[in-house]
Design a protein around this ligand. Sequence first.
Ligand SMILES: Cc1cc2nc3c(=O)[nH]c(=O)nc-3n(C[C@H](O)[C@H](O)[C@H](O)COP(=O)(O)OP(=O)(O)OC[C@H]3O[C@@H](n4cnc5c(N)ncnc54)[C@H](O)[C@@H]3O)c2cc1C
Length: 398
Amino acid sequence: MKYDVVVVGAGPIGAIAARCSAEDGARTLLLEEHSSIGSPVQCTGLISTEALHESGLKPESSFVHQRIRGANVYSPSGHSIKIDGGKTKAYVIDRKIFDRALVARALDVGAEIMLSARATAIKNTEDGTVLTLRRPSIPQKIWARVVIGADGAQSNISRMCGLGRVKKTLTGIQIEGRYEMCDPDFVEIFLGNRFAPGFFAWAVPTTETFARIGLCTEPHNTPPYQYLTKLLQEHPTVSKNYKGSYTSITFGSIPLGALRETSAHGVLIAGDAAGQVKPMTGGGIYPGAICAKIAGKVAARGDPRRKSLAEYDRMWQKRVGKELSRGMQIHDTIGKFSDQRLDELIHLLSDEKIMNVVREYGDMDHPSILFGKIASHLNKKNLFILTGHMLKDLIKDR
Ligand SMILES: Cc1cc2nc3c(=O)[nH]c(=O)nc-3n(C[C@H](O)[C@H](O)[C@H](O)COP(=O)(O)OP(=O)(O)OC[C@H]3O[C@@H](n4cnc5c(N)ncnc54)[C@H](O)[C@@H]3O)c2cc1C
């Protein structure tokens, strides 16, 4: 079997890459190890209006559950700030239907798909790449000029090509259950080391009475399940609003710190597999969609030489590289904050002048720009307090 482009992984990023490759006339095959698209779901499904646009879909009622205007952010001591975007800024989506809609678009423009097909080995040839697949009974070989590894957080393709692993992987857990949101068109974000050390916890509405409640933490000795139990039972806001029963539970990983190199002879890596995820929010669909479109187009040119494929690295770095690396620096710093520092941070943000900056520049896809703007609007005393604390926390941690 011979193809111009084979995309490993029919998640959102693989589907977008396959669509763009097929649109450019390349004979494209999408491989998925599972027997159906979009399962299991390992996502909260909160995506910005811009991320949906980058994915190439319209906000259809078939997968949009809820429209989101902003966020209520709670400090560890329970102080909260409301960030109101004033209009729809994001959607809460059904990931299974969303993923299927993206695959359907790829098939509409001529891509082919093979389900229950796991790529297990990859070997270079001079003019391309041979992939070994494991289908339920038969191993099979497929030849491609270019392979795109969009095989998610546990990517084997990047490892097999010697492109390495992302800097770190957070662990996440989430339930969908009965929950009374304070505002159904706002998400709730909970900071604090008691419930989500190193990251944050959330409640994201799916209906008036249901929400996805979850958290992510640094890899830890304590299983995330224990943090979730504590969040549901002991967090002052969550325990009051959670009504005690859930219909699904999800575990997943969030890779942070993009790979330095995402191209090798005959291979490109995109999406979670490349760590193209916003380090401050854990959102992978916005940066991944941008990179997938570039990967699909570069792969469709059909030149497997590293020199030619390296154009992909340059192009995605230009679009999202700075945001991802700045986001990683901020994540590394704030992730180490004590609860007291987090309280002080939220206190600083409650200032009316700073809130105006947040309203003007608040953008879930480019949070590092907002942080830069906030820093430039802090008076000298507050800037000194914040940076002084950051340094103290960092030194203490060494
Ligand atoms: C708890 C949690 C909450 C999240 N919430 C959000 C959110 O609200 N908003 C957001 O933007 N992002 C969120 N994310 C991140 C988001 O889910 C990912 O960034 C996104 O799914 C990445 O898409 P992908 O296509 O790169 O990888 P995936 O969605 O993981 O798809 C990879 C696909 O490859 C397949 N595959 C793997 N290996 C092989 C193989 N060898 N052969 C064939 N197929 C293979 C897998 O079966 C899978 O279908 C969240 C993640 C977690 C864990």
